[in-house]
Ligand binder design. Sequence first.
Ligand code: ATP
Length: 239
Amino acid sequence: MPLLELHNVHSAYGNVQALKGISLHVEEGEIVTLLGANGAGKSTTLRSISGLTAVTEGEILFDGKPLARIKPEHIVRLGIAHVPEGRRIFPGLTVKENIMIGASGRGRLPRQQVEGEVEEMYQIFPDLQRLSDALGWSLSGGQQQMLAVARGLMSKPKLLLLDEPSLGLAPIIVQQLFATIRSIRGRGTTVLLVEQNANMALSVADRGYVLVTGNLTVEGTPAQLLDNEEVKAAYLGGG
Ligand code: ATP
């Protein structure tokens, strides 16, 4: 059974039909990427999975169970963490406090346990350990992105939804970030990755889908997508 299945999912913002019948699946342990131009519906797909945008038709199954009418905070508890575009870390809190907030949906946990889990995050993101007491606002874009991912991982997700993690980051930082995404999967977390940087996304993914104005057009392995004329023309130009 796939960890995540979308069947004919439609979502709308008022009169704007953002998703027009998306069907996809993510198997446990995979990194799957969702490619597409600005406005194609990539963020809306993630928002629909995490319950932030209402699904008007079709269904989403997680671990075989429908997510319909489940509130976003309960969806986090089921094991889906969403790291939205733009990071949204707390500027007035320290790095450590920002990380710890990620565990808050899991109820009251012994302080020692949370401290131990923060240490695990520092092993994945060594820069954050050095910056433990720094305030959120003082971090660079790449550091903020790492922090947003670390915070997401503190909910102990089975599935991590990452929205444009490479946006605005220098190429060397993007390389680091993608190496980290691979290591996160190595720890057993499944990843659904939205990216405009198609080359980078396909370098870590097991499979990918292409989204064009609310519809999926192509699905395949990175090799298949890299070889696809439509994908090459639209997404692999300079990236
Ligand atoms: P981007 O990379 O720019 O975020 P995307 O592929 O993630 O693009 P979405 O953000 O999912 O695309 O947007 C899909 C469609 O829904 C677009 O037509 C967009 O204008 C529209 N849309 C997104 N958010 C809203 C909103 N809050 N209100 C109205 N329309 C929206």
